[in-house]
Design a protein around this ligand. Structure first.
Ligand SMILES: Cc1cc2nc3c(=O)[nH]c(=O)nc-3n(C[C@H](O)[C@H](O)[C@H](O)COP(=O)(O)OP(=O)(O)OC[C@H]3O[C@@H](n4cnc5c(N)ncnc54)[C@H](O)[C@@H]3O)c2cc1C
Length: 402
């Protein structure tokens, strides 16, 4: 597909997380001229902006890691390997699921490289801020960057913003949270430096320390089990998810309170480690954020919503374009994730209609914006699956005709 004279690009992808990277690479490999727009100064989405340091969804559940996602995601893993990450399947001791452990600086550089190698134009520090639209098509987006605003036209668009920001400004009616407006908990993942790496992390000591902290501490944890932690590859820091928070709505005021509470809790929690847990005597808070981890926000209207039933039965479909293999992992109550396994052969097909906007012909979805009911969303949102839906979405956008 070549850009028409009036269009600057064939495909504009909004958002540079796993979904947006998949979409940009998928569209570029299908021959499209692609612009990728990201509001932060680096790519990676939650992996690099919220310390989400594991790719889930690449493998099915089970005693052996059976691959469910390949394609452009493999190009990303190759770049990560070239930077010294093993990317071998790692079995989480907490959940027994297969994941790929990440180090955020390697992710940023690997993604810069893979995007450049495929000729994708990239604008960082740039936000998709407005859209021009007629009844059933988008025509251009207004980008707000360091140098002000500019209008860029394209033949097709991919909303990979995680929060459906493109669909929202295009005026599509979005659902917030589940069908009752209830949102999955946000979490403040942190990195802890300075621990004595010769001392294994003692979960029992953490549990006891936080049983005491929760009696009087300012930010009681909803994870009395010690939370989810592991060692970051290369650096050996501790990656720790211990602070969960219930968002009541999507207002900036709620996010401000959540960010500030998560930050204050992070300082408290590392102090508790330092004072009470062997091996952490010299520990310090290495990093929060840059932003809190948002599990769920709004869902734009798609032509089909994948259902929990599709996943629980491992439904196969002739129009499947990606695979969902991560278990349904629901965080309705802070600190209490509930897992349900995928049925059938251990994965379900995601049909193209999940990636297509309802009512707008040339708008596609990638990553956690795709059509999914609350149960299915709790599986498809993971980054491995987001690469896969992104790639399919980018290919479909590149092939879509005016
Ligand atoms: C606490 C927590 C733990 C998790 N654990 C895991 C895990 O271990 N493994 C896993 O695979 N998944 C995990 N997930 C889920 C996963 O991180 C996300 O669902 C996933 O990152 C979704 O990918 P995405 O590309 O759709 O969105 P995102 O990663 O959110 O990326 C969207 C990108 O769009 C950008 N953006 C947004 N609006 C605009 C705009 N208007 N203009 C330009 N850019 C914009 C954002 O800056 C961001 O970079 C976790 C999530 C949370 C919150």
């Amino acid at each position: 597909m070549n850009a028409k004279p009036e269009s600057d690009y064939d495909v504009i992808v909004a958002g540079g997380g796993a979904g947006g990277i998949g979409a940009a690479l998928g569209a570029a490999r299908a021959g499209a001229r692609v612009l990728l727009v990201e509001k932060y100064g680096f790519l990676g989405g939650a992996a690099t902006s919220s310390n989400v340091l594991a790719y889930c969804g690449f493998f099915q559940q089970g005693p052996e890691p059976i691959k469910a996602v390949g394609g452009v995601a493999d190009l990303v893993l190759d770049e990560l390997r070239a930077l010294g990450l093993s990317c071998d399947p790692f079995r989480s001791p907490t959940t027994q699921n297969w994941i790929i452990l990440l180090e955020p600086e390697a992710v940023k550089l690997a993604l810069d490289r893979v995007i450049a190698a495929h000729g994708v134009d990239l604008l960082l520090h740039t936000r998709v801020a407005a859209v021009s639209r007629t009844a059933d098509r988008l025509h251009a987006v207004t980008l707000a960057g360091m140098d002000g605003r500019r209008r860029v036209a394209a033949e097709a668009f991919v909303d990979a913003t995680g929060d459906a920001n493109l669909a929202l400004i295009a005026g599509l009616a979005c659902r917030t949270g589940d069908k009752r407006g209830h949102l999955q908990a946000v979490t403040g993942p942190i990195r802890v430096g300075g621990r004595d790496k010769s001392v294994p992390i003692d979960r029992t000591a953490i549990v006891e320390a936080f049983a005491a902290y929760n009696k009087t501490g300012a930010h009681p944890t909803a994870r009395p089990d010690g939370g989810i932690f592991t060692e970051v590859p290369v650096t050996g820091d501790m990656w720790w998810m211990m602070y969960d928070h219930q968002l009541v709505d999507l207002t900036s005021e709620s996010f401000t309170r959540a960010e500030q509470a998560a930050r204050a809790a992070a300082h408290d929690y590392v102090r508790v480690l330092r004072e009470s847990v062997p091996g952490f005597e010299n520990a310090y808070l290495l990093q929060t954020g840059p932003q809190i981890g948002i599990r769920e926000s709004r869902h734009p209207p798609a032509r089909y919503e994948l259902t929990g039933e599709d996943l629980l039965t491992g439904r196969r479909r002739p129009d499947g374009v990606a695979r969902a293999a991560w278990p349904i992992e629901t965080h309705s109550t802070p600190g209490r994730p509930v897992y349900k396994s995928i049925g059938g052969d251990g994965f379900a097909d995601i049909p193209l209609d999940c990636l297509r906007a309802r009512g707008v012909d040339n708008l596609f979805y990638a990553g956690r914006t795709i059509g999914a009911d609350p149960d299915a969303y709790a599986s498809i949102r993971v980054m491995g699956t987001a690469f896969a839906t992104g790639e399919a979405s980018g290919i479909a956008a590149a092939k879509s005709e005016a």
